[in-house]
Design a protein around this ligand. Structure first.
Ligand code: BDP
Length: 337
């Protein structure tokens, strides 16, 4: 798979070893407190070959190398440690140290994060990343403290689009009578309802059977998730309305973080920040590959060159939240390139 090949470019043993040597040489690899090994679990919903998981693994490998084996992170893909929402609870209880999750799930724990799910607030990937990498993005990571978490880095998740069983959705009106799955804790139910559909909250891993048995008529996600879950086998139309851009976030328990030495904090943060670049490159490739795979599988991809009817449908929803999320929305606007 190309994703793996790409990762090998970033993470070959020799490259890692070389970095380790360089860092050891300039003293950057060692960290203060020294001796005891720190063992952390990192929870991930996606399978091993998905870009977020590959970035988690890159992060874990690099951290192990650069700490001379002292910080040992084990990545658990495929929701082995539980569904994303449950993992967030486990982090608060201290039974999971690290997590990669989608911002839409975080709103239940840090209410201000709900704002990431407001539709069409980012014009493009450039706008989205300009916000995340600026002061606004840093502030959002800081807010995770309220739930006992330390936000380390954002990962790309592209744009979320509608997919469904039956006739392709071309306009918001086509959502009438359709029951769409949304992520737990997200504002997306309101987005779907504003567009004229109805929404059901469901865990990620239940969506395939929900579609297959007709409990739901559709869902919404980015192309790589639609492909890797094989939802397209049971919901054969995707409509690229791109209603949301919602980041993925890599986080660590604040309790664990507080116990680290300054040097270790810096090391963990540096490696996490670098892993964003790795993930973004893998992501861009994965989007291309997903599209090709869908075309090959005969999935109906409905482009939406004019998104105005979808934007009009949610305009009132966005203005209802204007006051509540004013400073966030101002920062988003100010980041527009
Ligand atoms: C994917 C995210 C994953 C979400 C999932 C979902 O990467 O973390 O939980 O969507 O829809 O895009 O539940």
């Amino acid at each position: 798979m190309r994703t793996r090949k790409a990762l090998r470019r970033f993470g070959t043993t020799s490259l890692v070893a070389a970095i380790g040597l360089v860092l050891a040489g300039c003293g950057g690899g060692a960290s203060g407190s020294g001796d005891s090994t720190l063992s952390w679990r990192l929870a991930e919903t996606h399978p091993r070959d998905y870009p977020t998981t590959q970035a988690d693994i890159w992060f874990a490998d690099q951290l192990r190398e650069r700490s001379n084996g002292r910080i040992d992170v084990t990545v658990y893909p495929d929701a082995q440690l539980g569904e994303e929402r449950d993992v967030l609870e486990q982090m608060q209880l201290g039974s999971v140290e690290m997590n990669r999750t989608n911002a839409n799930l975080v709103g239940e724990f840090v209410p201000s994060w709900t704002a990431f799910g407001l539709p069409y607030i980012f014009d493009s990937s450039e706008h989205f990343w300009a916000f995340l990498q600026g002061e606004g993005g840093r502030q959002k990571l800081d807010e995770l403290k309220q739930a006992g978490m330390k936000g380390l880095a954002y990962y790309d998740s592209g744009a979320r689009s509608l997919y469904n069983v039956g006739q392709p959705i071309k306009r918001p009106e086509d959502l009438a009578g359709k029951n769409m799955r949304v992520q737990p804790g997200s504002i997306t139910a309101e987005v779907i309802e504003a567009m004229g559909g109805s929404a059901t909250t469901m865990s990620f891993s239940e969506v395939y059977s929900g579609l297959e048995t007709g409990v739901i008529d559709g869902a919404e996600n980015n192309l790589p998730s639609y492909v890797s879950t094989r939802h397209y086998e049971v919901a054969e139309n995707i409509t690229l309305d791109e209603h949301q851009r919602v980041p993925e976030v890599l986080m660590i328990s604040q309790t664990v973080w507080n116990q680290l030495t300054e040097e270790d904090k810096q090391l963990v943060q540096t490696v996490a920040s670098e892993s964003t670049e790795v993930q973004r490159e893998l992501w861009a490739q994965e989007v291309e590959e997903s599209r090709a795979e869908l075309t090959k599988a005969g999935v109906t991809i409905t482009e939406v060159p004019d998104k105005q009817p979808f934007k009009d449908a949610v305009a009132e929803l966005n203005s209802d939240y204007q006051q509540q999320y004013g400073p966030f929305l101002d920062a988003v606007d100010a980041a527009r390139p």
